[in-house]
Design a protein around this ligand. Structure first.
Ligand code: COA
Length: 389
C-alpha cells in the first residue's frame, strides 16, 4: 500500500505587539529607510512577557487541528522546528504535546535554523508515507526577540517572533509531498550562530560580558549563500517532481530579506505574483516564516485545490531545503483521483526534459553571476566616469 502525506490543517499565531522600524530608530542607530531598502521589513511582532515558543505553538496548533477537524488525542506525531526554544532540555515539542492534551503522542524538536520547518515537514511525511503514523502535527516557532542583541543594529532589525503549524494526514490518493531536496554545508557553521549557548562556551560571566549568548551573523556570507541555494534547490526539486516551473502555482520562500527573494525569483525566471512575500509585516521569523507565509497565502486565496506549491528555506548550519506539495486539503474526489496520476504520467517525459534544461540554466546562472558582479561594478563606474567627462 502506498501512502501519501497531505496537508489537511493549518494555523498561525503572531504576538500582538508590533515593533516598527521607527520604534527601532529610538533603540539603535538605524533608519526606517535603511531597513526597508536593505531588507523589505517594515515591522515585526515581539512576544509579550509570558509568551513563549510553547504558548505560540499551542495557539497555532489549535487552529490547525480545528481546520483538520482532528482531536489532539488523535495526534500520532508532533515535530516542532525551532532555534529559540524555551529550554535547551526538555524539548518544546513535549511541552506542546502536554498543553495540547495529546496524551502520550511522540514529540521531538528539530534544529535546522530557518530551514527547520521544511526539514520537519519532510521528516513527518516520511513517517506517514511508510505507514508508521496516520497523521502528524508540524510546527515552526521562534522567540528570537530574546535571542538577539538589542544593541547590535546589524541583527536586531531583522528578526521577529511567531508560530505556524500544519497537520499532515495519510491519504491513499496520490497527493501531498511530491519531491524534496534537503542539504547542509557545515563548513560555514559560524556564519549564523549562538556562540555562548552550548558546550563550547558554557555559561560564565565572560560569556555574558562578551555578549556571546546572543545571535551573531555574518550577513554577507549568509546573503551570498542564500541567493545561490534558493534558486538551485527550487530548480532541483521541481525537476525531481517531474513538473516544470510553469506548473508551480506559488513559491513560498523563507522570509529573510526581500532582495534575496527577488534575486532568486529572477534566476528562476518566475513572475512576482508566483512568489509569496510577507516579510514587510513580520521580519525574519526563522523556522516560523514559511508556515506563516503559507497560512497567509491560503487566507488570501493565493492557493487553490489542485495547485502545486514549493516551500524553500535556508539558514543556520548552513542548511537549505525545499519541497513540492500538491495542495489538496480535502480528500480528492473520485473523478479527480482517476484523472490525476494519468495526466501526470503522460506529461512527465516532456516535462522532465524541459525542466532539466531550465534547471541547468538556473544552476549555471547562479554560479556565474557572482563572478560577473565585479565586472558589472567596473562597467557601472566606467560609465559614470565617461558621463562626468
Ligand atoms: N541600520 C543602518 N545601517 C546599518 C545597519 C542598520 N540596521 N546595519 C548595518 N548598517 C551599516 C553597516 O555598518 C555598513 O556601514 P559602513 O558602510 O559604514 O560600514 C552599511 O550599513 C552596509 O552594511 P552591509 O552589511 O554591507 O549591508 P548589506 O546591504 O549587506 O545588508 C544585511 C545587511 C544583513 C541586511 C544583508 O547582508 C542580509 O540580509 N544578509 C542575509 C542575512 C540573513 O538572511 N540572515 C538570516 C538567514 S536565515
Amino acid at each position: 500500500m502506498t501512502w501519501y502525506a497531505r496537508i489537511t490543517g493549518w494555523g498561525k499565531y503572531v504576538p500582538g505587539r508590533v515593533l516598527t522600524n521607527f520604534d527601532l530608530e529610538k533603540i539603535v542607530d538605524t533608519s526606517d529607510e535603511w531597513i526597508r531598502t536593505r531588507t523589505g521589513i517594515r515591522e515585526r511582532r515581539i512576544a509579550a512577557p509570558g509568551e513563549t515558543c510553547c504558548s505560540m505553538s499551542v495557539a497555532a496548533a489549535q487552529k490547525a487541528l480545528e481546520v483538520a477537524r482532528l482531536n489532539p488525542t488523535d495526534l500520532e506525531l508532533i515535530i516542532v522546528a525551532t532555534s529559540s526554544p524555551d529550554y535547551l532540555v526538555p524539548s518544546v515539542a513535549s511541552m506542546v504535546q502536554d498543553r495540547l492534551g495529546a496524551r502520550g503522542t511522540p514529540a521531538f524538536s528539530l534544529v535546522a535554523g530557518c530551514t527547520g520547518w521544511v526539514y520537519a515537514l519532510v521528516t513527518a511525511s516520511q513517517f506517514i508515507q511508510t505507514g508508521a503514523y496516520r497523521n502528524a502535527l508540524v510546527i515552526g516557532t521562534e522567540h528570537l526577540s530574546v535571542g538577539v542583541d538589542w544593541t547590535d543594529r546589524t541583527t536586531c532589525v531583522l528578526f521577529g517572533d511567531g508560530s505556524g503549524a500544519v497537520v499532515l494526514e495519510a491519504s491513499e490518493q496520490p497527493t501531498g509531498l511530491m519531491a524534496f531536496d534537503l542539504g547542509s554545508d557545515g563548513s560555514d557553521y559560524d556564519a549564523l550562530i549562538f556562540p555562548g549557548c552550548g558546550g563550547v562556551h558554557p555559561p560564565s560571566h565572560e560569556v555574558i560580558d562578551q555578549r556571546l549568548h546572543y545571535l551573531r551573523m555574518d550577513g554577507h556570507r549568509v546573503f551570498k549563500f542564500a541567493t545561490r541555494v534558493m534558486a538551485d534547490s527550487v530548480a532541483k526539486v521541481v525537476t525531481a517532481s517531474g513538473l516544470t516551473i510553469d506548473d508551480i502555482a506559488l513559491i513560498i520562500p523563507h522570509q529573510a530579506n526581500d532582495r534575496i527573494i527577488e534575486l532568486a525569483r529572477r534566476r528562476l525566471g518566475v513572475p512576482p505574483e508566483k512568489i509569496m512575500v510577507n516579510i514587510d509585516r513580520y521580519g525574519n521569523t526563522s523556522a516560523a516564516s514559511i508556515p506563516l507565509a503559507f497560512v497567509e497565502a491560503i487566507e488570501e486565496g493565493r492557493i487553490k485545490p489542485g495547485d502545486r506549491v514549493v516551500f524553500v528555506g535556508f539558514g543556520a548550519g548552513l542548511t537549505w531545503a525545499s519541497a513540492v506539495f500538491h495542495w489538496e486539503p480535502q480528500e480528492p474526489t473520485a473523478i479527480a483521483v482517476a484523472d490525476w496520476p494519468i495526466r501526470e504520467r503522460l506529461a512527465q517525459p516532456i516535462a522532465r526534459a524541459r525542466t532539466a534544461l531550465w534547471s541547468a540554466r538556473v544552476s549555471l546562472a547562479t554560479r556565474i553571476e557572482p563572478l560577473l558582479l565585479p565586472l558589472y561594478a567596473f562597467a557601472g563606474s566606467y560609465k559614470k566616469r565617461r558621463k562626468k567627462k
